[in-house]
Ligand binder design. Structure first.
Ligand SMILES: Nc1ncnc2c1ncn2[C@@H]1O[C@H](COP(=O)(O)OP(=O)(O)OP(=O)(O)O)[C@@H](O)[C@H]1O
Ligand SMILES: [Mg+2]
Length: 622
């Protein structure tokens, strides 16, 4: 096996992502993306975005009025005697009444100056609201996803890498806002603007407008058909690469010890570099493609205006055509960016297909999950924990990790759990702790299924896991994990420190309980880390203590002292002790021997030694 290779995520997953998205017509798919994105907004946010849309449409209308003003002014100046026709208003010259020509013009210019000031202020205001909405929507969605992912069952987390979840919660919401919501708003605002301009143009020159639409429209639509499928694929690949770059750099730093010892710095940095560059390629190719309609629109528009001008000149009508040309020129100038934005909006929506679908799916899972759990009520435990015919299979595995386990643990009992590695001990205690739910059978506490109130049951537990997790913070905050400083019970921390045999360490450290332990506790020894985890489990003085190899890093003397301290607690506490080291469980009331996912024997230590051959072999082998 190549060291380090298995630490890297699978390659080529982006192609699967792309394949997922291949079904359905372009139009139907686009609507799906839009529907999914709208679902991501809460009801409150949806209302706000509707208001923002109204605002954007209003500024579009102001743009149309601006174009009408320019046309009006040009018309009046270029053709002092003729009529200047406007949609809705008719002949603008009639507005002047008996007013002298000059006064009318000056008033018009004055009104225009005021109007353009208002227009600028309105556009800026809309811009501010839009930026604020964008940033806040992304932040809210990120927070919602982070909260949601944390609320999902442990089994979900066994299937999804942290890199994937970090990407989805931390980065994808902003992408979706930028690539779906903003483009959608822009799409609608620019469509209104374009339609308004077209109405204006049709009123002035119906044939010219029809020709312009035909030329510009057909070339743009053709281009879009060519580039859209590609953009969707780039979007899916970029989405996958966001996860894979994150995962490769995260793992390299987390595993820096092994990476350095094995001298694999180059391998890891190259893998990261390769993925990062692939991501860059996706981004710049997409950007270029997404902007390409601009050039097509621009060129066909200019071509059209020039041809139109040539035709007018050939017919000898330069005088009267000047205002029309002015309007086409202005409208064209103003329309070009609009059309370009519409095309770019469609491209953004395509690019965001995969990420939107991803967080939409996850949010649905999250929302269904929240509906199912957390009642807040306590879960009384007076008599016994009983496992009834419990079987468990990890997802995507062929055989059961636990099969048909029957076990009763009485309150106040100290139960040792032993067995060969991979036998199912961790699975067993994770099921008792409600981290995993049995595929068959049930876990009953005083006759009540723990799934009826999982959080309530878990509040009775203190668990020291096989793999200790510490946050990069002080000892105190590691012991009282996730509790705000002002709510930390100092006496409980001290007591947990005493029971976990940490007093000596705390005294030795210059900052005592305020010493920062480093990421994952790197500034501590293995045994110190484990004792902090024990103190954490003891902090709430839980009724049930579960040690999954929770003392394996301690020397015999420290372990015995811990056991003695725990022994004094017996009666009040039910203790489950998973251990490879059999001395750990020698004094337990009963020992459960787990082998191949089954309970091969339950007895006192000596009883098991006497009647179970595998257990005797394990005990003898030491
Ligand atoms: N997330 C998982 N997905 C698939 N299989 C798993 C997963 N976790 C554990 N297993 C498998 O389930 C079986 C039981 O694992 P478990 O961790 O319960 O063993 P264990 O008795 O605690 O072993 P050890 O003494 O080494 O800690 C093993 O074969 C293991 O490979
Ligand atoms: Mg284990």
């Amino acid at each position: 096996m190549i060291p380090g290779r298995n630490a890297l995520p699978k390659q080529g997953t982006e192609d699967e992502a792309a394949k997922d998205q291949e079904h359905g017509t372009t139009g139907a798919r686009l609507l799906t993306t839009i529907r999914q994105a709208i679902y991501l907004l809460g009801r409150e946010q949806r209302k706000r975005w509707a208001i923002l849309l109204g605002l954007a449409l209003f500024t579009s209308i102001l743009e149309i009025v601006a174009a009408a003003f320019v046309y009006l002014l040009l018309g009046l100046v270029a053709n002092p005697s003729g009529a200047v026709k406007l949609p809705l208003i008719g002949d603008a010259r009639a507005l002047a009444g008996d007013m002298p020509e000059r006064t009318f013009l000056l008033i018009l210019i004055g009104v225009m100056i005021a109007f353009f000031f208002v227009r600028a202020a309105a556009a800026m205001g809309a811009e501010y609201v839009m930026n604020r909405m964008t940033a806040n929507t992304a932040a809210n969605l990120s927070a919602k996803l982070a909260r949601g992912y944390l609320s999902l069952p442990y089994a979900f987390h066994l299937k999804h890498s942290s890199a994937e979840l970090i990407r989805n919660a931390h980065q994808v919401p902003l992408e979706v806002v930028n690539n779906v919501f903003l483009p959608l708003i822009r799409l609608m605002a620019e469509t209104i603007l374009t339609l308004g301009m077209l109405i204006l143009l049709i009123a002035v020159s119906p044939i010219g407008t029809a020709l312009a639409v035909a030329v510009v429209g057909s070339s743009t639509v053709t281009l879009m058909f060519i580039i859209q499928p590609r953009i969707k694929r780039f979007g899916a690949t970029a989405h996958a690469m966001h996860r894979d770059t994150l995962s490769s750099i995260q793992q390299a730093f987390q595993g820096v010890r092994d990476v350095k010892l094995l001298g694999r710095e180059k391998f890891f940095s190259e893998v990261y570099g390769k993925r990062r560059r692939r991501l860059a390629r996706m981004l710049y190719t997409n950007l270029t493609l997404a902007q390409s309609p601009r050039y097509v629109i621009e060129t066909s528009l200019i071509l059209f205006i020039l041809v139109f001008f040539a035709v007018t000149v050939a017919r000898g009508g330069t005088q009267t055509a000047l205002a029309t040309l002015g309007l086409f020129g202005y409208a064209g100038l103003r329309l070009q960016p609009s059309l370009q934005k519409i095309a770019a909006a469609f491209n953004s929506l395509k690019f965001a297909t995969a990420p939107t679908a991803d967080i939409h799916r996850d949010l649905r899972i999250i929302e269904q999950n929240i509906a199912a759990t957390d009642t807040g009520a306590p879960f009384p435990f007076e008599h016994e924990i009983r496992l009834e015919q419990v079987s468990f299979a990890y997802e995507d595995t062929l055989s059961d990790a636990l099969s048909e386990v029957d076990l009763t643990i009485r309150r106040g009992e100290q139960v040792g759990i032993c067995g060969p590695t991979g036998g199912g001990k961790t699975t067993l205690v994770d099921i008792i702790a409600g981290l995993l739910s049995p595929t068959k059978g049930r876990v009953l506490v005083d006759g009540v299924d723990i799934t009826t109130n999982l959080r309530g049951w878990q509040r009775n537990l203190g668990v020291v896991p096989q793999m200790v997790f510490l946050i990069d913070d002080t000892l105190r905050r590691n012991i009282a994990l996730g509790i705000p400083d002002e709510s930390i019970d100092e006496a409980a921390v001290r007591e947990a420190v005493r029971l976990a045999q940490l007093e000596e360490l705390v005294e030795r450290l210059p900052q005592g309980l305020d010493t920062v332990v480093g990421e994952r506790g790197v500034r501590l020894s293995g045994g110190e880390r484990q004792r902090i985890a024990i103190a954490r489990a003891l902090y709430y003085r839980p009724q049930v203590l579960i040690f999954d190899e929770g003392t394996s890093a301690l020397d015999n003397v420290t372990e015995q002292e811990l056991m003695r301290a725990l022994h004094d607690l017996r009666g009040a506490h039910t203790i489950l002790l998973v251990a490879h080291r059999l001395t750990t469980v020698r004094d337990a009331d009963r020992v459960v021997f787990v082998e191949n996912g089954r309970i091969a024997g339950v007895d006192t230590f000596d009883g098991l030694c006497a009647c179970n051959e595998s257990f005797r072999a394990m005990a003898g082998a030491r």
